[in-house]
Design a protein around this ligand. Structure first.
Ligand SMILES: [Zn+2]
Length: 300
């Protein structure tokens, strides 16, 4: 208790009061600071949570967009009876080269894919059912942005061209193989020997005339070529393949190669051929639903 006439007590009391006031003020100050810090921490946690949610939403949107694009790509490349594929009307202002590889997948497919990746160009692979163990390369090529087409399962002329039914049963067989790899049956096909082949006459008179119409009716499109690398022949050298492949005669080049274990010269020639067309300002495209269609005259 403060006593008016006792100076000592008064001073002590004042000091005590001051201390009490200081403690109260300090405590109050700490409480304010703590509550501000707590509020800031709460804000920080909320901001972090929001950033995480935004990131997750963006990732989900990107995944959904990628999924949609993948579905649209598959849909556009799949067989749809009654929906025409391809065009013969080309934009002559454009210069486009379609690199096409028949008979794979093979022991050389990965090397071909590596070269295409190195130059960032897309191509088309017309595959067969040979080499079961190499079939995953079909998916590898598709996932890398290349187009997969059907070349027949057996590639055995005697079997494939024995009859119209025999051809379609073989085509369906390779269609299923490809579907196992990429999830759908593509609408792009190439006849063994091309639509102009005359070998088929030995097995079935008039079959190419029938097939070249019926594949279209069933929702496929067939692609021949206007430039051949000549690598189908045995013993074709790298230089011969380069000389055969390089031409500035066409605005749209459909170039035939073979993807086989024996075709090392094709792999060796590929970089020069790509550089040649790049230097001429050509764009490299994988075949799609709107691509230029090269058809040979049917001879059987
Ligand atoms: Zn072939």
């Amino acid at each position: 208790m403060l006593k008016k006439n006792n100076g000592k007590y008064n001073i002590n009391s004042l000091i005590l009061c001051g201390l009490v006031f200081f403690v109260i003020a300090a405590t109050a100050f700490c409480m304010v600071v703590n509550s501000r810090e707590a509020a800031e921490e709460k804000q920080r946690i909320a901001a972090e949570k929001k950033a995480e949610e935004d990131k997750k939403a963006a990732e989900e949107a990107a995944a959904a967009a990628a999924q949609k694009a993948a579905e649209e790509r598959a849909q556009s490349m799949s067989v749809q009876p009654g929906v025409p594929v391809g065009t013969t009307e080309v934009n002559s202002d454009e210069k486009v080269v379609y690199l096409t590889f028949d008979d794979g997948p093979s022991e050389n497919t990965q090397k071909v894919l590596d070269i295409l990746a190195q130059y960032d160009v897309k191509a088309t692979f017309f595959v067969t059912g040979a080499h079961e163990e190499l079939r995953p390369l079909i998916k590898t090529a598709y996932d890398a942005g290349h187009t997969i087409g059907l070349h027949t399962y057996s590639h055995d002329y005697a079997k494939v061209y024995a009859s119209v039914d025999s051809y379609f049963s073989d085509l369906e067989q390779i269609g299923e193989v490809v579907k196992e790899q990429i999830g759908f049956v593509p609408c792009f096909i190439r006849f063994p020997g091309g639509a102009s082949n005359t070998v088929s006459r030995k097995y079935c008179e008039g079959i190419m005339t029938a097939l070249s119409q019926q594949v279209l009716e069933k929702g496929y499109q067939y692609y021949d070529w206007n430039v051949s690398s000549g690598d189908g022949g045995s013993g074709c050298t790298k230089d011969e393949i380069i000389a055969n492949s390089e031409t500035d005669k066409y605005s749209h080049v459909m170039l035939l190669f073979h993807d086989a274990a024996t075709k090392n010269a094709t792999v060796e020639a590929l970089p020069s051929i790509i550089e040649y067309y790049k230097n001429l300002g050509y764009e490299f495209r994988a075949i799609d639903r709107n691509s230029y269609v090269s058809h040979h005259a049917v001879n059987n």
